[in-house]
Design a protein around this ligand. Structure first.
Ligand code: PLP
Length: 377
């Protein structure tokens, strides 16, 4: 088995800073004996991220899921919210936990993001918002959604878990809509082990989110909102502060891996690469290929890669609309979601992280070429 990897290669590998840059920050935590509740590292990371991402108002949270829930609460969403089935369960569950009925609309088969026409058809008198996902870092059609929001008086929220660093014509996509959420889970490009953030345009929303994430506590004797505990602690914030200075280097290392993947996989029959719209800066969260019509099926390739110790992932299959919590919704019928259903069956995320290096990427391409040619190992 000369092509097989000695150690398993997974789809992602958490970014960790040099240990000393983390431990230096921990010395401060030990000195202050301040572990959470809007500590100095929490505040420093909020500032650092606002500058890094070029956004005005940002509030750190304990996870990306909590960030979505806080965004829905801060905007007082209820009724129906239109969203995509090609996303993490977290996107849907956040709506459900807020008592909102999710309504699925189909995606655009090229960009994999919500199709504005399908969204418009799904609008009812109960619709309050559109929840778009910049899936795999491909930006939603933010102009079309802004126009729909104006026409139908809706809010727009984006799940930007994959869009840390996504730009359109040099401008961050994270300030689109009323709110955009980020996840800093270990597997994301920028991580705090567990964590997330909400980016909002309106300072009043920032104020509400800051209250809501701390149980609605205004001061020692005043609790003004029924909040939750979604605070980011000082250990997570320290990891974020140590990771932030190396995230651009990680991005560049991933760009080099992506370049190898693109040049070597482009010619393989039945294997397509995702086309990012012109002017979009790729966030390099995932490297996604689409397998259709070739000699080897998506699931065939996925299974074969395992024999070489390569563990790709079929994100986001099975789609959210097929899961027990959502499959009985009227909008969940596969006939309503034909482009998403097809994408769910054709997409494959390859191992993608800086440490893989161009050497690792070449080896994975060797395996894919071998398997796609229909040869057995
Ligand atoms: C990771 C992810 C989330 C959830 O974030 P957590 O930090 O794990 O709660 C939400 N949406 C998308 C699209 C994700 O990929």
């Amino acid at each position: 088995m000369p092509l097989a990897f000695e150690q398993p290669v997974y789809v992602s590998r958490p970014l960790l800073p040099p240990f000393e840059s983390y431990s230096r920050l921990l010395e401060g935590v030990w000195g202050r004996v301040r572990l959470t509740n809007k500590g100095p590292l929490h505040d420093a990371l909020e500032d650092a991220l606002r500058h890094h991402l070029h956004v005005g108002h940002l509030s750190l949270t304990s996870s990306g899921t909590a960030a979505l829930m806080l965004a829905c609460r801060a905007l007082d969403l209820s009724g129906e919210v239109i969203t995509t089935p090609l996303t993490s369960q977290a996107t849907l569950h956040a709506l459900t936990w807020c008592g909102i009925t999710p309504v699925f609309a189909d995606i655009d088969s090229a960009t994999l993001t919500l199709d504005p026409h399908a969204v418009e058809r799904a609008i009812t008198p109960r619709t309050r918002a559109i929840l778009g996902v910049h899936v795999f870092g491909i930006p939603c059609d933010v102009h079309a959604f802004a126009a729909l929001a104006r026409r139908y008086n809706l809010r727009v929220v984006y799940d930007g878990a994959h869009a840390f660093g996504t730009e359109i014509n040099g401008e961050t996509v994270l300030t689109s809509g009323d709110a955009t959420t980020l996840s800093f889970h270990a597997t994301k490009l920028f991580n705090t082990a567990e964590g997330g953030a909400v980016i909002v345009q309106d300072p009043e929303h920032k104020r509400r989110i800051d209250l809501l994430k701390n149980l609605g506590i205004q001061d020692e004797v005043t609790v003004v909102l029924p909040g939750i505990n979604a605070r980011m602690n000082e250990f997570a914030a320290a990891l974020g502060l140590a990771n932030l200075p190396i995230v651009e280097a990680e991005w560049a290392a991933r760009a080099a891996v992506a370049e190898i993947y693109r040049s070597r996989l482009a010619g393989i029959e039945g294997l397509d690469l995702l086309a990012f719209p012109r002017g979009v800066r790729n966030s390099h969260h995932y490297f996604v290929i689409r397998i259709r019509g070739g000699r080897v099926s998506r699931d065939g390739l996925y299974e074969s890669l395992k024999e070489y110790n390569v563990f790709a992932r079929r994100y986001f299959w099975p789609l959210c609309n097929t899961q027990p919590s959502y499959r009985d919704l009227p909008s969940s019928k596969p006939e309503n979601l034909t482009a998403a259903t097809r994408a769910g069956e054709e997409l494959l995320c390859l191992p993608f992280y800086g440490e893989l290096g161009t050497g690792g990427a070449h080896r994975i391409c060797d395996v894919i070429e071998h398997v796609s040619a229909g040869r057995s190992r």
